[in-house]
Design a protein around this ligand. Sequence first.
Ligand code: COA
Length: 175
Amino acid sequence: MFFIKEIQSLFMPEVKIRPQELFDAERFFEIISHTNLEFMEFPIKTLEEERDFLQLNEAKRRANFEHNYSILYYGKLVGACGIRIDQHRPWIGEIGYFIDRDYQGRGIATEAVKQLEKIGFEKLDLQRIVILIDTRNRASERVAQKCGYQKECVMRKIHRVGEDYYDCFLYAKTR
Ligand SMILES: CC(C)(COP(=O)(O)OP(=O)(O)OC[C@H]1O[C@@H](n2cnc3c(N)ncnc32)[C@H](O)[C@@H]1OP(=O)(O)O)[C@@H](O)C(=O)NCCC(=O)NCCS
């Protein structure tokens, strides 16, 4: 069983990432409306805000500020991932991701992070990729571990959700 899972995670052609498009708005809004995002600082509350977010993507990409991707599973949009570039140290990128609650637990985030990392190291020329994970978020921590990221430390109160501040694990990989 363990062996089959390991093989699956090495090769999942059914998972693809592509740049986010404006027409993804409705589906993204559907996903975020019913997915467990309590460990993320998530500013989008309406479909209009989702459209605004997607509209800004191209400018953010051109400015090398943020590179956001849609995650497709057998062609269906099931999640998002992205890399935000550290504007003071542009060789460092921070990865984030979420998957539709109905599609979690199939290895999709793990495969998407692997593909995104390839873009980060090979196309964006990053030297270091980090993932900040709320210390309560076991599923996300598992994704980082399965992708070969190393836990470096705990960053105290680095993360704000609503009015409250939380600690995060810092996971990182270098080229
Ligand atoms: C974190 C998230 C993206 C994972 O997506 P996913 O497609 O289900 O991830 P994968 O299937 O690739 O891997 C999930 C792993 O976490 C494990 N897991 C899930 N829930 C868990 C829990 N409560 N405790 C421990 N492990 C857990 C799964 O068993 C799996 O590990 P395994 O393959 O060793 O069995 C998804 O849960 C999500 O969207 N969460 C909400 C948004 C979020 O928290 N994003 C991360 C911000 S850093």
